[in-house]
Design a protein around this ligand. Structure first.
Ligand code: F3S
Length: 399
């Protein structure tokens, strides 16, 4: 990979330890993937924030980098393992909180915005169309590539951090036009009636378009919450973190429909629900907000729980960014949700919080949430916000 004189100096250590380490990571990646050069990035989003995933070895790695590492571009963080303010209320142990706070301190020292959300595009890290970025959270990467038309590979935590310290990333993969060409035409022939249907659609397309870039037709309209739900699901269940929807996503018109065609029928959506849902009736945790809730979703939740009470023995969490929660506070949604017995889980989510073994069952609107909660040994149910609120109030999944 060609390096400029300045990049070579960075690699040789002229700009300190963190930059040298970063350049080593970026050059190694570039060589593996055949990049010809590095390109500048407009922003970075770093995953691997939960102490659950990092452990002490990860914390040590971050502390080492934080000694002289400073980010050069706007850099935001993925969810952490706990709500940074109300961790006690969510049942997090003081030992875990202490370690998680050390992780956050290290990121803060690096100059990273402690945003702790997987929807950075809703809180001010909003790239431009065509802009090169280095993001690592898969749903956010898919949203950035597809809905916004920015360009990023799905970075790992270390390679995203390296891009933040260097301000650059190797130019390969989805940064290049030739790798952004759709390779399978997906005709959607099923109705999409509720938010969770978009998760089911993502499942169905992910399975049929495994490791391909779908060009999707047959969808007449989609709002932001539906698209973010779809982004999380389609990449979790198999497709590349880029898709086009004819008439909806910005770069679709630059491409023609690929020859290989698959269709998604109503039976595929039903099959997705059958595969995502387990046999379970009693629900111990209801969590809405994967990806993190928008203010619109919080408003919907507040309307549905107003005047109701969460069942004894069931927890009801609304996972969102602290920024969205602050808006919810001002609009009175927080008061309504908490009066019903619901809890906000800011800065964190059901997948990265240390929940393994704590709840036996989960109800959620999110196909991705089900995928990761199964790894946390929960039985899962996916449905609409209405069905989830009903499960929170009754403690049972009824449909
Ligand atoms: Fe976000 Fe956690 Fe879901 S990071 S996309 S809420 S699994």
């Amino acid at each position: 990979m060609h390096l400029t004189k300045q990049e070579q100096n960075m690699l040789d250590g002229a700009e300190g330890y963190a930059v040298r380490k970063s350049m080593e990571i970026l050059v190694a990646l570039g060589n593996i993937y055949g990049a010809k050069s590095l390109i500048e990035v407009g922003s970075v989003q770093v995953s691997g924030v939960s102490y659950s995933n990092l452990g002490d070895a990860g914390l040590e790695f971050l502390d080492e980098l934080a000694k002289d590492g400073k980010v050069r571009v706007l850099t935001t963080l993925n969810p952490a393992g706990m709500d940074l303010e109300n961790w006690r209320q969510l049942g997090i142990s003081p030992e875990f909180a202490e370690k998680q706070n050390l992780v956050i301190k290290a990121f803060e020292k690096m100059g990273i915005l402690i945003s702790c959300t997987c929807t950075p595009y809703l809180i001010g890290n909003l790239p431009l169309y065509g802009e090169h970025i280095a993001w690592s959270e898969s749903s956010a990467v898919t949203f950035a590539n597809s809905v916004i038309g920015a360009r990023t590979n799905k970075e790992g935590g270390p390679s995203a951090l390296a891009a933040a310290f260097a301000g650059k990333t190797p130019c390969y993969g989805l940064h290049l036009d030739e790798n952004r060409v759709p390779d399978v035409h997906v005709q959607v022939k099923s109705a999409l009636a509720k938010l969770s249907d978009w998760g089911a659609l993502g499942y169905a397309i992910g399975k049929k378009a495994e490791n391909k870039i779908p060009y999707i037709t047959g969808i007449k309209a989609a709002d932001l919450d539906e698209l973010k739900s779809f982004c999380a699901s389609v990449v979790t269940y198999g497709a590349k973190p880029l898709f086009y929807v004819e008439g909806i996503t910005p770069a679709a018109e630059q491409h023609s429909r690929p020859n290989e065609t698959v269709s998604i029928e109503q039976a595929d959506i039903k099959n997705a629900y059958d595969c995502i849902n387990d046999q379970v009736t009693d629900i111990e945790l209801v969590c809405i907000g994967c990806p993190h809730c928008s203010i619109n979703e919080i408003q919907n939740v507040a309307k549905l729980v107003e005047g109701k009470k969460v069942a004894a023995g069931t927890e009801f969490w609304v996972a969102t960014s602290r920024t969205a929660k602050q808006l919810a506070d001002r609009r009175g949604y927080t008061r309504i949700i908490e009066a019903a017995g619901g809890k906000f889980a800011c800065d964190t989510c059901m997948a990265v919080a240390p929940l393994k073994g704590r709840f036996k069952s989960l109800a959620t609107t999110s196909a991705k949430g089900c995928f990761y909660s199964r790894q946390n040994l929960m039985k899962t149910k996916m449905g609409s916000i209405e069905e989830c609120v009903e499960a929170a109030v009754t403690g049972k999944w009824s449909s």
